[in-house]
Design a protein around this ligand. Structure first.
Ligand code: ADP
Ligand code: MG
Length: 388
């Protein structure tokens, strides 16, 4: 984007203002803040900044509670400058408002998904959006895995660039996947093997260490012949876990699975018991990795030049089962190497632990970062020419 001459130009900038609301009140404005560098750069370089975003799932209808006004008002506060909030997506109303804009002004279009054509990547809507502007910038990493009109189609009709946030995401994640400094460890946790199998397959021959935690470790334990009591397991995915174990072995990758765990008979319990993986009681379930496992994972992480983490080590929403996630998070925070965390729940866990500022890159896109880590091409990135 920084190579574009935007002075005096109308720049249509796709942002991700899909923020959580409690009535009219925004409960977390992280996504709006994340878009500020691009918006400020565009303003400082004399662009007329026309912002567009989706919010929620209105499914092609105008839903009053899903209007972007609260996001626009919050943005105005953060910018310390007015934001013109237009209650329509395309057509004469936005056109007239845009015609009034001066260089450096900011305008926000209405929720893109009020238009049923948005999620269909409809060319008619792409042309209508393109008519509003001279240049297109995509800074909505959180929506980059969707081939929608505002993330993909519109790029066909305008000179298209990646925004600063998008660029940072792409740079950080592709550095990690394409030319990581070694040694490189990936810590993969979360609920299910089936959610993460493509990430595991993509990473298994790229890393030096693969550390497995969370509910999905249970399926690996099962593959290793352990009995896991009442734990969350995917008995039909044992073969996938077994395949990852085999691929790691063939690639000379050190695969780590828990040696001890925290068990309980209640996910809401106030504390659990530490047991060896050889002594999991039949009537209890695993809710976290144990302290010995957490320590050994932390030791591996500390020595790495690159660390990727996706998926909590346990049911970290409950403080009783957040210990493994905390120990690993502290180690990732303390590691000298380049550290990246991606995934909605992982990022939330690290933020709740107050360790976010110790991580080199926290990916803002849940689904989008997962798809990149799976090795997929994202439509929102593919739509932007190589040299943008
Ligand atoms: P992310 O959003 O970072 O990709 P996931 O959505 O894959 O992570 O995983 C997070 C979820 O996994 C949380 O809801 C957490 O409670 C759950 N989880 C982690 N460990 C366990 C476990 N041992 N048993 C049941 N659920 C677990
Ligand atoms: Mg999740």
């Amino acid at each position: 984007m920084t190579s574009a001459d935007v002075r005096g130009k109308r720049v249509l900038c796709r942002v991700d203002f899909n923020v959580p609301l409690d009535g009219d009140r925004i409960t977390d404005d992280t996504r709006i803040r994340a878009a500020l560098p691009t918006i400020n750069w565009l303003r400082e370089h004399g662009a007329k900044v026309i912002l567009c975003s989706h919010a929620g799932r209105p499914k092609g209808q105008v839903i009053e509670s899903m209007r972007l006004r609260p996001a626009g008002e919050r943005l105005a506060e953060l910018l310390g400058a007015p934001v013109v909030i237009v209650p329509e997506v395309t057509g004469d109303v936005p056109k007239a408002a845009i015609a009034q804009m001066h260089d450096g002004d900011v305008l926000l279009l209405e929720n893109l998904r009020f238009d049923p054509r948005e999620e269909k990547n409809a060319p008619t809507m792409a042309m209508e959006l393109a008519e509003l502007a001279d240049i297109y910038v995509n800074d909505a990493f959180g929506a980059a895995h969707r081939a929608h009109t505002s993330t993909a189609g519109v790029a066909t009709f305008l000179p298209a660039y990646l925004g600063l946030l998008m660029q940072k995401e792409v740079d950080s994640l592709s550095k990690l996947l394409d030319h990581p400094e070694r040694p490189f460890a990936a810590i993969i946790g979360g609920a299910k093997v089936s959610d993460k199998i493509e990430i595991l397959s993509n990473l298994v021959d790229k890393v030096d260490h693969l550390l497995i935690g969370g509910g999905m470790a249970n399926t690996f334990l099962l593959a290793k012949g352990k009995s896991v009591g009442k734990s969350l397991v995917e008995a039909d995915k044992v073969n996938l876990a077994y395949q990852v174990i085999a691929e790691a072995e063939a690639a000379g990758v050190a695969l780590h699975i828990p040696t001890d765990v925290i068990v309980s008979n209640d996910i809401n319990a106030e504390h659990g018991d530490v047991v060896s993986i050889d002594a999991i009681p039949d009537d209890q379930a695993i809710f976290d990795i144990g302290p010995e496992t957490a320590r050994s994972y932390a030791e591996v992480v500390i020595g790495m030049k690159t660390v990727l983490w996706n998926g909590p080590m346990g049911v970290a929403e409950n403080p009783a089962f957040a210990g493994g996630t905390r120990t690993v998070a502290e180690a990732v925070g303390a590691a000298d190497g380049f550290t990246v965390i991606g995934g909605g729940d992982s990022v939330a866990a690290v933020e709740n632990l107050g360790l976010a500022d110790k991580i080199d890159h926290i990916s803002t896109g849940g689904g989008a970062s997962l798809e990149l880590l799976e090795g997929k091409e994202l439509p929102g990135i593919a739509a932007i020419p190589e040299d943008a």
